[in-house]
Write a protein that binds this ligand. Structure first.
Ligand SMILES: [Fe+2]
Length: 353
């Protein structure tokens, strides 16, 4: 049997969800023979858990589970966790309103049980082909859209403080690598990446932007003013439900593990894991960058500082993992800021040391 893959060299993957085990196994068997890589779930909870852990191309779900409308929950989880996925609902209780609300909720199609597995396979195949054609016609994928908007946010922050050129993107990259080591789920990871890009967004709303680029230390008043930026950023990013966690991580990026940070003096695990990761990474990249008020710190000096702040500013476990990463990537990550500042025209080659 040939593969039905339409997007990559791997077979297209389908998650089947039904509380009737015999239906599930029959559909799974036939779709498997048609070349799909099939996963099965017997409850909406199981399906949601799978959506949190594996990437799928299509979801085919029953609507009614032991008398409750679990299909809508699966549909909602698809929109939330894997917005690009093709969704097909199946039900044994035909109702026009149900079909209308399913399509409004984002399901591609609605089938009345018993579902013919061969027809279902053809429908999934067609839906994936249409999705691929849509992409080829120039539709942006969600991740591409995020990249474009992220760059706009980063450029806005860099405009008020040119020395932060590339800081958001580098912080995003190192956060992703560090968070993957902690086995972070894809959705939280995505939100951490957005927070990494936008962590200093609040700076553009400060009353006085002049001191952001001033040479030398800040006055106590200026320092108080600059301390407003995490909470300001979190409040200005927007109130879309998807941004709720992003805003939390942004607000936390200057909190310290021992409770001496700002704005809320949160302590230990009161700070989210993404917030603790962002806190360590952001400081590393700032120390390894030339700023208006400081020179580049050599890697050794940064490592000494990290060691002194282990359990004080930084979560020891997060810090140790990051230091392990620096042993491998440290030299490369030390040169990255200078390259970005040169490319942005903020420094000249002779200033790069
Ligand atoms: Fe900051």
């Amino acid at each position: 049997m040939t593969s039905i893959d339409l997007t990559t060299s791997a077979p297209a993957s389908v998650l089947l969800v039904d509380d009737d085990r015999s239906t599930l196994e029959l559909l799974g068997h036939v779709l498997g023979l048609q070349g799909f890589d099939v996963s099965l779930a017997i409850t909406p909870e199981e399906a949601i858990h799978l959506l949190q852990t594996i990437q799928v191309d299509a979801v085919v779900t029953d609507v009614h589970f032991d008398g409750f409308e679990g299909g809508e929950r699966v549909l909602g989880a698809c929109r939330e966790l894997q917005p690009d996925v093709v969704v097909i609902l199946m039900t044994g209780y035909p109702a026009v309103e149900g079909a209308v609300s399913a399509i409004k909720g984002g399901a591609l199609d609605y089938l009345i049980k018993p579902v013919d597995p061969v027809v279902l396979g053809a429908m999934v195949h067609r839906a994936l082909r249409e999705r691929k054609l849509g992409r080829e016609e120039g539709q942006l994928e969600f991740t591409e859209l995020v990249d474009i908007l992220s760059e706009m946010v980063a450029n806005t922050i860099e405009r008020v403080d040119p020395y932060t050129a590339g800081h958001g993107e580098r912080t995003r990259k190192y956060c992703r690598i560090l968070a993957e080591g902690f086995g972070m789920d894809p959705q939280t990871l995505e939100r951490l990446e957005l927070a990494a890009i936008a962590h200093d967004y609040g700076k553009i709303y400060l009353e006085d932007l002049g001191f952001l680029t001033k040479a030398g230390p800040l006055t106590p008043d200026e320092y108080r003013e600059v301390q407003k930026h995490p909470a300001l950023g979190a409040s200005k990013l927007g109130n879309h439900p998807h941004l709720e966690e992003v805003c939390r991580f942004v607000a936390e990026h200057h909190e310290k593990f021992d409770g001496t940070g700002y704005p809320h003096r949160l302590k230990g695990e009161e700070i989210s894991l993404p917030g603790r990761i962002l806190g360590v990474v952001e400081v590393f990249d700032s120390l390894s960058t030339k700023r208006s008020y400081k020179d580049i710190w050599p890697l050794e000096k940064t490592l000494d500082f990290f060691q002194a702040q282990r359990g004080r500013a930084f979560d020891p476990e997060v810090l140790d993992s990051f230091v392990d990463l620096l042993k491998v990537n440290g030299e490369e990550w030390m040169t990255a800021p200078q390259e970005d500042l040169l490319a942005a025209g903020v420094i000249r080659p002779e200033d790069g040391k």
